[in-house]
Design a protein around this ligand. Sequence first.
Ligand SMILES: Nc1nc2c(ncn2[C@@H]2O[C@H](COP(=O)(O)OP(=O)(O)O)[C@@H](OP(=O)(O)OP(=O)(O)O)[C@H]2O)c(=O)[nH]1
Ligand SMILES: [Mn+2]
Length: 180
Amino acid sequence: MNTDLATLVRAVDFAATKHTDQRRRNASATPYVNHVIGVTRILVEAGVGDVSVLAAALLHDTIEDTDTTSSEIEHEFGVAIRTIVDEVTDDKSLEKHVRKQAQIDKAPASSTNAKLVKLADKIHNLRSIEGDPPVGWDEKRISDYFDWAEKVTNGCRGVNAHMEAILDDLYSAHRTKRQQ
Ligand SMILES: Nc1nc2c(ncn2[C@@H]2O[C@H](COP(=O)(O)OP(=O)(O)O)[C@@H](OP(=O)(O)OP(=O)(O)O)[C@H]2O)c(=O)[nH]1
Ligand SMILES: [Mn+2]
């Protein structure tokens, strides 16, 4: 089999297995793996064809949200993919506000590949917040997430015009809605 295709299938299977007991926090408790598959689809539709970036997108929440370790990713998928996943992994031992600020601060110096995954991750989260928000999120929490995401994605600009245009539309639609 084509090795790129094999890597992607192994990554989707690895992600589905690792996230198997996790659900999104929306009312219908969507399987968590739908998020990482959706993020990867956004990249493909934005013209990203690098298999390392697409596999890293499939794996991007495994270290942060499951028992997966960085060395396990390296062992299974190699150093290039491990490096991208590490770059988009938050340090969960930090307090939430410190962790959120760190994403803003670290974004501009991230690699192009990590920026691509971050842009797609934020697009997927913002779209799902608008259409099917996490249970208990009021308008203020939603607006705060939009404001924070904009700061992070502003630090990731210059790597993909298609995703940046999607984000511009999401932020401007949200601003219009907020003013109503
Ligand atoms: N929009 C949305 N998000 C959900 C849902 N269920 C789980 N999440 C996850 O929650 C995170 C956003 O919620 P926050 O309250 O800001 O963050 P926290 O979980 O890290 O504390 C995202 O993590 P992340 O993907 O690691 O990205 P990031 O936002 O931390 O960069 C997102 O994937 C859902 O139903 N809708
Ligand atoms: Mn994510």
